[in-house]
Design a protein around this ligand. Structure first.
Ligand SMILES: Cc1ncc(C[n+]2csc(CCOP(=O)(O)OP(=O)(O)O)c2C)c(N)n1
Length: 274
């Protein structure tokens, strides 16, 4: 698949995310728009997965630690065949498989329940140790957010993964510099973030989370690297693709109204992908 194809899918994901939160009248649009390019790369190139057999033993595991951004994962899963695209419009309804904070009890193809921030890196560390004990070669991907780094548990996991040299972990961070209460550097300063993970013994890569060749190279490099866990810090823009949402903390967790959705979708549909 060429880069234009990836861009088209990412754009479709963004449009679906807007439709989902608008229909649900609740949810988090900003993070999912910012992660659409990375999730396109994951589901359409990077991950070893099979929508016809979501629980196959050698599948790569993808933990969504910042679970409130699940709309992006659901949209990527629907477009890659896990369930009908129309089902996305049940997002956040009682009884839907697509809960606002994902649950493995409802939908096959997820690896963990989520919602309580800060836990994903620990879940990933456990899965990575388990895979090693069982001589399995799959990778453990952990999607996490910068806001979650305010949780001490993240750093306990960072220490353990490094101690056990879990090079089967490929964690990646949505470094949009925004969390629920504002800019991360105002709420709880994180920089120098890459140096912090390096000091914990991680291999750290910093990449542009909206550039497909950088996203691809970062994941491919991490896949083949040995000796320590990997952290890819993806620089992203919250609300990417919709001008009135970009880098605006208000869109962390506010659904678009019908009028705002119309504007957002028109803007996304007008993007020229050569
Ligand atoms: C343990 C825990 N504390 C608080 C919350 C409430 N909460 C939901 S999202 C969020 C902000 C997290 O920041 P980040 O994931 O960086 O936000 P985003 O980039 O998606 O805007 C908070 C505090 C939570 N889900 N879990």
């Amino acid at each position: 698949m060429d880069i234009q194809e990836f861009k088209k899918i990412a754009n479709q994901i963004r449009i679906l995310v807007i439709k989902m939160v608008t229909e649900a009248k609740s949810g988090h649009p900003g993070g999912p728009l910012g992660l659409a390019d990375i999730f396109t790369a994951l589901y359409f190139k990077i991950l070893n997965h099979d929508f016809k057999n979501p629980s196959k033993k050698d599948r790569d595991r993808l933990i969504l630690s910042n679970a409130h951004v699940c709309a992006v994962r659901y949209a990527a899963m629907a477009l890659s065949g896990y369930f009908p695209i129309e089902e996305l419009m049940t997002f956040r309804r009682i009884g839907s498989r697509l809960q606002g904070h994902p649950s493995t009890h409802f939908l096959e193809g997820l690896e963990s329940c989520g919602g309580s921030l800060g836990q994903g890196l620990s879940v990933g560390t456990g899965l990575a140790l388990g895979a090693r004990l069982q001589n399995q070669n799959h990778k453990i991907y952990v999607c996490m957010s910068d806001g979650e780094c305010g949780e001490g548990m993240t750093w306990e996991a960072a220490q353990s993964a490094s101690h056990y040299k879990l090079d089967n972990i490929i964690a990646f961070m949505d470094r949009n510099s925004i969390q629920i209460d504002g800019y991360t550097e105002n709420v709880m300063k994180l920089e120098p973030l890459a140096d912090k993970f390096r000091a914990f013994g991680w291999n750290v890569i910093v990449a542009d989370g909206h550039d497909f060749s950088e996203i691809d190279s970062a994941f491919e490099y991490a896949k083949n690297r040995k000796g320590s866990p990997n952290m890819i810090i993806f620089k992203t823009i919250l609300g990417k693709g919709v001008s009135f949402m970009e880098n605006n903390v208000e869109w962390h967790g506010t659904p678009t109204s019908a009028d705002q959705a119309h504007l957002a979708i028109s803007e996304l549909e007008s993007i020229k992908i050569a």
